[in-house]
Design a protein around this ligand. Structure first.
Ligand code: FBP
Length: 270
């Protein structure tokens, strides 16, 4: 086994302490802009300090990791996302993620992983794959696990939550060398099981999505993906837009790690 394999194993065991994980997604300041955050939580350290002890890892861009290190350093593993795009771009250009950092930023920050998005099906798929391959190659050298946000999205894709396109993206992510795959919920345990199967043993984490009508609704989705064989979730809005972000994170964690029922887990957020 080469050194990098061991490093990946060590770091994966920090991100997925019992083989499962709740990762806090915190790249919205760029992808959606500050309006995504409740007004009292626009400053990143405010929300991070509420959830830092309730999640297994935090996924964020290098710049925001730099601004908030006092909050997370030494307390929780971080996964540095090195691609992003703003929603200020013209709509078609939002199908491309641009470099926002390099693997060495993740190393310098003491991260336990790197992440990058590939919009499978976008007209810019080729460009994002070139970035992905560079990121993965360097991350392999440093023993950093690579999380791919494998999102099917593009002019030919009518429904990006359709199981056929989601499992296609998951399979493409696995075949492009991802160590962890983050993708969309397909609406049922049965269909999400097909996504997990297509990923061929690479851990699949569900992407949270827009805030659900209630936390209980969201916890039911989390339970559904865990029942389908997922290894956890990567959640942003369903935590930071909740009135009790720490409670919401704890409740999600109880479903993922302790197998609690959504109804039982909900009590942790009340
Ligand atoms: P959420 O749980 O808030 O959906 O976060 C997951 C995520 O992939 C973020 O990492 C990203 O900022 C956002 O969703 C992108 O959402 P979209 O591309 O659908 O606007």
């Amino acid at each position: 086994m080469v050194y990098g394999h061991i490093g990946k194993r060590v770091r994966l065991s920090r991100i997925l302490p019992d083989g499962k994980s709740v990762i806090f997604a915190f790249d919205h300041g760029v992808e959606h802009g500050p309006a995504d955050f409740p007004p009292e939580h626009v400053r990143p350290e405010k929300i991070l300090s509420k959830v830092v002890d309730a999640v297994d890892a935090i996924m964020m861009l290098p710049g925001v990791a730099r601004l908030t290190s006092e909050v997370w350093a030494g307390r929780v593993p971080v996964v540095i996302k090195v691609t992003s795009r703003t929603s200020l771009r013209p709509e078609q250009e939002r199908l491309l993620q641009s470099p926002f950092g390099v693997v060495e930023d993740a190393v310098a920050l003491g991260a336990d992983g790197v992440a990058a998005t590939v919009y499978w099906g976008s007209q810019y798929e080729d460009e994002m794959l070139r970035t992905w391959v560079q990121v993965r190659r360097r991350a392999d050298l440093y023993g950093l696990p690579c999380l791919q946000l494998a999102y099917p999205r593009g002019p030919a894709i009518k429904n990006m939550y359709d199981v056929e396109v989601v499992r296609y993206g998951a399979r493409a992510a696995a075949e492009s060398g991802a160590d962890l795959i983050k993708t969309y919920y397909t609406g049922s345990t049965e269909t999400f099981r097909l996504v997990v199967e297509a990923a061929s043993g690479v851990p699949v984490l569900m992407s949270g999505g827009a805030r659900a009508p209630t936390l209980l609704d969201f916890l039911r989705v989390v339970k559904s993906v865990m029942d389908a064989g997922a290894q956890g979730v990567v959640v942003g809005r369903n935590i930071f837009q909740h009135e009790n972000p720490r409670g919401a994170a704890r409740a999600i964690s109880a479903v993922v790690h302790e197998g609690k029922s959504p109804e039982e887990a909900l009590k942790l957020a009340e």
